[in-house]
Write a protein that binds this ligand. Structure first.
Ligand code: FES
Length: 149
């Protein structure tokens, strides 16, 4: 039995191979489908979640690395930074197709947890690995900057 904490809820994982990616534990075993599958090889950022407050690519992180730790996903309703970003995302009408936005929001949440007032350059550098096919990058920058004021 392996314990993990997801969005402040305790889970005891049984019979899940320890090399199963976090993404598939969330989606297939626990039916937490807010976290998205994009490339599956750690290149796009769509699957980003927080592991003890650091952004990880859940498609390429085995669940064994999360044993005893805290995972925060887009489905978390109580996270302060994530909630502030949600408001800014709506205010600035960031999403277009929306598919990459859970990953964008989680990466931005991780940034604000480590640096509450990032500069424009720090935001751009931190968000660089999260790909958006609709090209919402300027709106993402505006929304994060609004929270970081
Ligand atoms: Fe994980 Fe693309 S789906 S980085």
């Amino acid at each position: 039995m392996n314990t993990i904490f997801i969005d402040n809820k305790k889970y005891e994982l049984k019979e899940i191979p320890e090399d199963t990616p976090v993404l598939w534990v969330l989606r297939d075993y626990l039916d937490l489908t807010g976290t998205k599958f994009g490339c599956g090889v750690g290149m796009c950022g769509a699957c980003t979640v927080l592991l003890d407050n650091s952004a990880i690519r859940s498609c390429s992180t085995p669940i064994s690395q999360a044993y005893g730790k805290k995972i925060t996903t887009i489905e978390n309703k109580e996270d302060k930074e994530l909630n502030s970003l949600r408001v800014a995302w709506k205010t600035h009408d960031v999403a277009q197709c929306g598919y990459c936005q859970p990953g964008q929001l989680m990466n931005a949440t991780s940034l604000l947890k480590s640096n509450a007032k990032p500069s424009k350059e720090e935001i751009i550098t931190s968000m660089d690995g999260n790909v958006c096919r609709c090209g919402t990058y300027n709106k993402i920058l505006t929304a994060i900057s609004a929270v970081a004021k």
